[in-house]
Design a protein around this ligand. Structure first.
Ligand SMILES: *Cc1c(COP(=O)(O)O)cnc(C)c1O
Length: 389
């Protein structure tokens, strides 16, 4: 176990997570519920451990993308409400009911299927109605000419036996993007969402207990859009400009070690394809971190890993299991020296920008052979090796 951990590992700072939750809670106030988005293994941070912290800290709801993710939480001892944002096949409705899992309902056809399955099972399925206000992904289409049809579909769905409507939600497409046009688009989505809610509540004579739409961007920039509950993901993990605005802390630091040091003369080609050639005597460190660990290959020859003596540029192509870094002039860095891939000294946001992507993709890409080390009250409290050994 010890030697395995000295390969590449992710340190998950649960103190930072608690801190972020507390800061966001302060920011939204006590009148607004908090749903923590923990889909995709909590954006790579470990869904059960993150959910434990949120449950303990007083969060109100969790969201995942599938029933398997929801079951992982239930089996892991999480008892708080869980909403599945994505599709669940109707054959699984009995399990949803049995394990008290809330399901998003995204169209009339699915509402009918779920209703039928719930009645057959003899139970009641808790649902949140999803409205498509401009994301053009899941949800009852309510834009323009579809308004009446969308509203009627929702009203009808809510009247079906075996379904208990608790909430209604929509998802913003550009709430985290800057600029006037994006602001207008988000405001339009919000306005349409509230109009749909008004109309549905009037026609059905029922009130939604939980109305929610605020992702990370809207949680921070649009307090008027918090409604009954906010639904941030990235913000909670402390990355990106919105986290920065609230002074939040990054939860994950990805680290590795130098496994081998080699000295090469000038004119030596390094790694596959020989895209890098030394110009001088060069001290190269081989690092056990490659694209199978989540290092995007497009960062070959571009990104720098952080050593105790500053940034060490990646030389040549990133391989599946390794990469090479230039340690020339960094004499204190030797075999077994610790290297920060991203973290407090090498911000994830820089890596994302250089890779032409977003922080989400990079934490999700940290693969299962990278052990997660959990830190609580400043101490390592557990290590999780996700390989089945
Ligand atoms: C992923 C997701 C979120 C969280 O988005 P962030 O940008 O991470 O805050 C919220 N709502 C839905 C429907 C999502 O799929």
């Amino acid at each position: 176990m010890q030697s395995t951990l000295r390969r590449t590992w992710a340190e998950i700072d649960l103190d930072a997570l608690k801190y972020n939750y507390t800061k966001i809670r302060e920011y939204i106030g006590n009148g607004v519920k908090f749903l923590g988005v923990v889909k995709a293994d909590a954006y790579g941070h470990g869904a059960v451990r993150v959910a434990e912290v949120l449950q303990h800290s007083g969060a109100d709801y969790l969201a995942v993308s599938s029933i398997d993710e929801a079951m992982e939480l239930r089996i892991g001892g999480i008892t708080m409400p869980i909403l599945i944002l994505g599709h669940t096949p109707k054959e699984q409705v009995d399990r949803l009911i049995c394990f008290h899992i809330t399901q998003a309902v995204t169209c009339e056809a699915k509402a009918e299927e779920y209703s039928e399955a719930a009645v057959k099972y003899g139970g009641s399925l808790k649902i949140h109605i999803k409205v498509d206000t401009g994301m053009s992904r899941l949800g009852y289409i309510c834009e323009g000419d579809y308004f009446e049809h969308g509203v009627d579909g929702i009203v009808h769905s809510m009247s079906l036996p075996g379904l208990e409507t608790e909430g209604v939600f929509t998802h913003f497409a550009v709430a985290d993007e800057p600029g006037e046009d994006n602001l207008a688009y988000t405001q339009h989505q919000f306005e349409l969402f509230t109009r749909v809610i008004r109309e549905v509540e009037e026609k059905s004579g029922k009130k939604f207990a939980i109305r929610h739409c605020a992702n990370t961007g809207a949680t921070v920039d649009h307090k008027e859009m918090h409604l009954d509950m906010v639904r941030p993901g990235l913000l909670l993990y402390g990355y990106g400009e919105f986290a920065h605005k609230l002074g939040l802390k990054p939860v994950m630091a990805l680290k590795t070690v130098v496994s081998t040091i080699k000295i090469y003369p000038a004119n030596t080609k390094i790694s596959y394809g020989g895209i890098y050639e030394t110009t001088d005597r060069t001290r190269i460190g081989v690092v056990p971190y490659g694209y199978a660990d989540g290092f995007m290959r497009c960062l070959s020859n571009r990104y720098s890993l952080m050593t105790e003596e500053g940034p060490a540029p990646v030389r040549g192509k990133i391989c599946m299991d390794m990469c090479m870094i230039d340690l020339t002039g960094k004499d204190e860095v030797g075999v077994d020296s610790e290297i920060e891939i991203f973290g407090p000294h090498n911000p994830l946001e820089n890596m994302a920008e250089m890779a032409g992507t977003i922080p989400y993709e990079l934490t999700c890409a940290v693969s299962k052979r990278v052990p997660r080390i959990y830190i609580e009250n400043g101490e390592i409290t557990s290590t999780e090796l996700m390989l089945r050994i």
